[in-house]
Design a protein around this ligand. Structure first.
Ligand code: 13P
Length: 252
């Protein structure tokens, strides 16, 4: 089974509308001819319209960084799936470790967000990953198992699901999981998917690696059997770096 590589940028809380639009134009203009991986950028909510406009006519898709599960209502500060679809969004990140660490996101709320996204027809990019303390305590497999199974509860079809393995200790730290370390967890995630949905369905799901992925380490990560792309923070904010990651995806 060959899965199409997905190179996804998580811009986090960076770039104004003008800056985001300029970055997208620069990326689009620099894309190589020929086979491309799937390419996604996820800007902050407020800049989504400008980024969608800038991405028009290019190979770039636009995602959001979070979404609420309710259709509408008294949820100050939240955004619904309908609002994202209306803005031209196709994907949404849920359960990013920064949401879990700083904003009280739990396995339960990650599940509700993921379910709502998939039901609305958005691709949910579900993030899982262990902290340094959990890794050092030998709890990585248990954490991944719990987060992955809970996030998928009530989701019957994997067609709109992407999983991102992001070891928390590798995010923004310059420390990358070695390709073997990452592959071991990716294989575990695929085994969980096979257990829940069957081996054939599990083979179709992209599992991305995230955590200090950059042009220098991307080729060896993407060469691993179960690493199907990247969810990239810092290196997605500069067009030359992101384009190099796209090229790594094209060659993987
Ligand atoms: P960095 O690539 O900056 O480590 O961030 C990874 C990440 O959190 C992507 O969601």
């Amino acid at each position: 089974m060959s899965r199409r590589i997905l190179i996804a940028g998580n811009w986090k809380m960076n770039k104004t509308s003008a800056e985001g639009a300029a970055l997208v134009k620069e990326i689009a203009a620099g894309l190589p001819a020929g086979n491309l991986p799937e390419i996604l950028v996820c800007p902050p909510y407020l800049t989504i319209p400008a980024v969608v406009e800038a991405a028009k006519g290019s190979a770039l898709e636009v995602g959001a960084e979070n979404v609420h599960w309710a259709a509408s209502g008294a949820y100050t500060g939240e955004v619904s799936t309908a609002m994202l679809l209306d803005a031209g969004v196709t994907h949404v990140i849920v359960g990013h470790s920064e949401r879990r660490q700083y904003f009280g996101e739990t396995d339960e709320t990650v599940n509700q967000r993921a379910k709502a996204a998939v039901e609305a027809g958005l691709v949910a990019v579900i993030c899982v990953g262990e902290t340094l303390a959990e890794r050092e305590a030998g709890e990585t497999a248990a954490v991944i198992d719990r987060q992955t199974r809970k996030a998928l509860e009530g989701i019957s079809d994997l067609a709109k699901v992407v999983i991102a393995y992001e070891p928390v200790w590798a995010i923004g730290t310059g420390k990358t999981a070695t390709p073997d370390m990452a592959q071991e967890v990716h294989a575990q995630i695929r085994a969980i998917l096979a257990d829940l949905y069957g081996a054939d369905a599990a083979e179709t799901v992209r599992i991305l690696y995230g955590g200090s992925m950059k042009p220098a380490n991307a080729p060896e990560l993407l060469a691993k059997k179960d690493i199907d792309g990247g969810l990239i923070g810092g290196a997605s904010l500069k067009a030359p770096d992101f384009l190099a990651l796209v090229a790594a995806g094209a060659n993987a």
